[in-house]
Design a protein. Structure first.
Length: 333
């Protein structure tokens, strides 16, 4: 129970998604403070939560809820609980916070992101649900990525790619985005998670193609780079220089006005044939507007790009709230 609280707390999930009812039932059976102390030390006082704290307002609300569950027990007040609340009440508000997600290995992915959905004229400074689902699917299909080069479009602040780099043993991973502020936050998050950023080799610099034949060595970190890619102006030469075996993208199909540019990138990528074949493509989308998604599928067909829906991930390691309708497509260039 304490671990479930930990995972939801550090990932900054909605408080209503926490197992409060189960906590109350446990406290009725054993009305001492040990369980609440365990929860406190795995959340607010956990080293990860202390070093990379969730939003101040969120911490206050969470601690207030714990106190409400403790007070009816008639037990002695928990000094640690009230001290933590006092610290949160005195803490300054910020426009950014940290979220931490635990991988199946137990290793965390920690991200600094904006508290606002739209910040600096972009939605790319927050983690979106389709990125969580795509990462979970990739982890369940890890051998697909082993020893290969992955290009991600619209990487945002980096959760999907960092999770793939930590779990799936790619040979190289190229994060990309087109917004300068997003690229800066993305680079910071990649470094925060222990990866060294390689300079992105500019077009014209030869690079050996990277295919499935490249042996992945477990325990060795992949080559990681960040590329600024404007979908409207990126050239086949730039994409060829990256030599991707796999293309990934999450939550990039949300605006009808960007679909034609995305299709254009996919068409250019069809010429990037590592080992004689185009890259494999996987696109995850949250279906907020069914018409937009149908338009994307229609434009794919018009461009001669085949597609199929692939099964959703069977696990929900990162998904602690009620999930929106997320669709993962495999495209055939």
């Amino acid at each position: 129970l304490a671990t479930r609280f930990q995972h939801r707390y550090l990932a900054v999930r909605q408080l209503h998604s926490f197992p409060w009812q189960e906590l109350e039932e446990n406290l009725q059976i054993s009305p001492d403070s040990s369980l609440l102390l365990d929860i406190l030390h795995k959340t607010v006082l956990h080293p990860l939560g202390a070093q990379y704290p969730p939003p101040t307002k969120y911490r206050r609300s969470f601690l207030t809820q714990l106190i409400k569950k403790h007070e009816p027990l008639g037990a002695e007040p928990l000094d640690e609980l009230y001290d933590a609340l006092a610290e949160a009440l005195n803490a300054e508000e910020s426009t950014r916070c940290y979220k931490s997600y635990f991988l199946p290995s137990g290793e965390p992915v920690t991200l600094c992101e904006s508290l606002a959905i739209v910040s600096g004229g972009t939605t790319g400074l927050v983690t979106w649900e389709a990125g969580l689902q795509l990462a979970q699917w990739a982890i369940e299909n890890g051998p697909l990525f082993q020893g290969r080069t992955v290009l991600e479009l619209g990487s945002g602040i980096g959760f999907t790619g960092i999770a793939v780099c930590k779990c799936c043993h790619p040979r190289a991973y190229v994060f990309s985005d087109g917004h300068p502020g997003v690229l800066r936050a993305l680079a910071d998050n990649i470094r925060l998670n222990g990866f060294f950023l390689e300079p992105w080799t500019r077009p014209g610099t030869p690079r050996e193609p990277r295919g499935r034949g490249a042996e992945a060595r477990h325990g060795q970190k992949p080559t990681v780079a960040v590329a600024e890619l404007d979908w409207g102006s990126v050239t086949e030469k730039q994409l060829w220089e990256l030599q991707p075996d796999i293309l990934m993208a999450a939550d990039v199909v949300y605006d009808p006005e960007t679909i034609s540019a995305l299709i254009g990138v996919l068409q250019k990528l069809s010429a990037c044939r590592a080992e004689g074949k185009p890259p494999e493509v996987y696109v995850a989308s949250t279906i907020r507007n069914p018409e937009t998604h149908r338009l994307f599928q229609a434009e794919l067909e018009r461009a001669g790009i085949g597609w199929q829906v692939i099964p959703a991930p069977s696990n929900t390691a990162f998904l602690y709230d009620v999930q929106p309708n997320v669709n993962i497509l495999q495209l055939f260039l």
